[in-house]
Design a binder for this molecule. Structure first.
Ligand code: PMT
Length: 399
């Protein structure tokens, strides 16, 4: 995938059909003022709000509208168009185009370009507030975040239809600033090591002890850190997740393997984040043949696993060390004890075992503690939460 770490020079602007289309014209002028080459892809619905001629005059390029247009395919086919772009921006993005993107439906030029694009993608949603709040729309947005799409806005306020609420397209200045601002790459140049997922502690070749971690929190952190400009290494226990692009993945199974993957290299990193749910214990004896029913003991003797994060915090030189604490109760007490006992710089504590958040959920909430402070992040999807936590870590790194 093309890099996220430099300002875009070639922006492919997708315009889907809503009243906010008029703002796309101002957006193009702003981008052009920053010497960015802009090409426009219009959906059929958008062409009823603003004519292709307007966009052609503003960009100095023909406007692309059809997937199967012989002339356009000769001039610049959709694959070449996708390759040309170093940023795909959809503004406004309607609920319809968001749903198509999130489900991989490619039935027109813009939705096909979404699949063909190998560059960072941002969308600025615009729709009626009730449509924006609908769970299905929020699920689609969440799916896009998980696919690495940056969501800009929407804003709260008075809408063209007379309603008031969230759904107004972000202002062109805000979109432009977010695309071009180095603030988005707040971890530029940093090397970040992240652990994720559960560990499996073998009992015999077919059985193991493990926990409910899905890896979603750690993978969201890896993806958000990469988007923020960091070079990311992800050490992961077994999960069903695809590793984020541009992230180096080291796959492990047991706590000992995780320790062996992390501790020898951790000194080379600026930050270590322990989001993995490392099993504290493993069986003393791992049978090399499947234990038969009649042979099974009623108890399995356990021994303690290495405490990976505590070992990392003892290294010299040592990265900035961020732990997680998964607790069912008394969150602050247990988290602060772990912060102190493991000599961590920051600990992100989450409640587990409830209906929302924690293990295997797409959302989570965090209370983050350091020696003389704390910050709370409300329940949100793990991708957004990861970005919030990383911004806090970036601030602490600069202190
Ligand atoms: O993976 P998900 O389904 O998305 O769920 C996310 C999560 C709940 C697993 C995650 O947010 C989380 O809380 N991860 C840490 C879980 C945990 O093991 O917490 P703990 O309180 O037992 O451990 C405290 C810290 O020590 C953690 O940073 C852990 O990685 C680290 N540790 C623990 C034991 C050990 N032997 N070595 C360690 O490094």
């Amino acid at each position: 995938m093309k890099s996220n770490n430099t300002s875009p020079q070639n922006i492919l602007l997708g315009v889907s059909g809503g009243i906010a289309c008029y703002k796309s014209c101002a957006l193009i002028r702003l981008l052009k003022q920053h010497h960015i080459d802009v090409r426009v892809v219009l959906t059929e619905a958008a062409s009823h709000f603003v004519t292709p001629l307007t966009f052609q005059a503003l960009t100095g390029h023909p406007v692309h509208q059809h997937l199967l247009d012989a002339d356009e395919e000769n001039a610049m086919g959709h694959i070449r168009l996708a390759k040309w772009a170093d940023q795909l921006l959809i503004a406004p993005a309607t609920s319809n185009i968001i749903a198509k993107f999130s489900h991989g439906i490619a039935d027109d030029l813009l939705s096909t370009l979404y699949l063909a694009a190998d560059c960072p993608i941002s969308i600025a949603p615009a729709m009626n507030q009730a449509m924006w709040k609908k769970p299905v729309c929020q699920e689609n947005i969440q799916r896009l975040r998980q696919q690495g799409v940056t969501i800009i806005g929407p804003e709260n306020g008075q809408q063209a239809c007379g309603d008031t609420g969230p759904g107004r397209m972000a202002e062109p200045e805000q979109i432009c600033q977010q695309l071009l601002s180095p603030a988005n790459r707040y971890l530029n140049g940093k090397k970040i090591l992240i652990s994720a997922g559960p560990t499996r502690e073998a009992i015999d070749p077919v059985r193991y002890i493990s926990n409910r971690s899905s890896g979603k929190m750690g993978y969201a952190l890896a993806q958000a850190a990469e988007k923020a400009g960091a070079e990311v290494t992800l050490v992961s226990g077994p999960t069903h997740l695809a590793p984020p692009e541009q992230v180096r993945l080291i796959a492990v199974e047991s706590a000992e393997q995780m320790a062996n993957a992390i501790i020898p290299i951790a000194s080379q990193f600026d930050v270590y984040i322990g989001a993995a749910a490392v099993a504290d214990y493993r069986p003393v004896l791992v049978e090399d043949r499947k234990i038969k029913k009649q042979g099974i003991n009623t108890s399995i003797e356990l021994t303690q696993n290495p405490d990976i994060i505590a070992a990392v915090a003892k290294l010299t030189p040592r990265p900035f060390v961020v732990g997680f604490a998964a607790e069912t109760h008394d969150l602050e007490n247990y988290a602060r004890n772990k912060l102190r006992d493991k000599n961590l710089d920051v600990i992100a504590a989450n409640i587990v075992g409830q209906s929302r958040g924690g293990f295997d959920s797409n959302e989570n909430a965090l209370r983050v503690f350091w020696t003389d402070g704390q910050q709370t992040f409300a329940m949100t999807d793990k991708c957004h939460l990861a970005d919030q936590l990383l911004q806090l870590i970036a601030t602490k790194l600069n202190e």
